[in-house]
Design a protein around this ligand. Structure first.
Ligand code: ZN
Length: 150
């Protein structure tokens, strides 16, 4: 006696949603890095969605194509989300450095992009020539304790 395809799909969906949830939450596979877990979870959710949307009787290669599309779509979504997070972090670092510079009496000029890197910026004090550097994951403050005009 075999299960109906509908029942099998319903069970598969339940299992995959659960697996995606476990991956996202991370307690079961904590050694996997967060980014990998989140992206895998997203692939699984998209896969369920895409397979559910397939019409009846589609050839097997189109079912496989749904898997490929799920991976690509998850990757694009994830890259976008990461980029946004990096930009927010970069902006926060700039505001922090501006505040620190201002407290020490420096007058920072405009932020300039460090050549060849897209998310690294540097600003120079107009008065003493000291500078600060920021990226999405680091900040360097090479200003003096107080501003000394040269
Ligand atoms: Zn200065």
């Amino acid at each position: 006696m075999s299960k109906s395809a509908e029942l099998e799909l319903a069970q598969l969906k339940t299992a995959i949603h659960y697996l995606a949830g476990l991956l996202e939450e991370g307690s079961l596979v904590s050694r996997y890095d967060t980014a990998t877990r989140e992206e895998l979870a997203l692939v699984l959710e998209l896969l369920v969605e895409k397979v559910s949307g397939l019409p009846e009787g589609v050839p097997e290669h189109l079912v496989r194509a749904a898997a490929v599309r799920a991976i690509i779509e998850a990757s694009e979504k994830f890259t976008k989300a990461q980029k946004l997070a990096r930009e927010e972090s970069l902006q926060r670092h700039m505001r922090e450095m501006e505040a620190a510079a201002s407290i020490q009496g420096h007058t920072l000029g405009p932020w300039e992009q460090v050549s060849a890197y897209d998310m690294e910026y540097q600003a120079t004090c107009q008065d003493c020539g000291g500078f600060v550097y920021v990226s999405h994951n680091s900040t360097y403050n090479l200003l003096g304790e107080e501003c000394k005009r040269v």
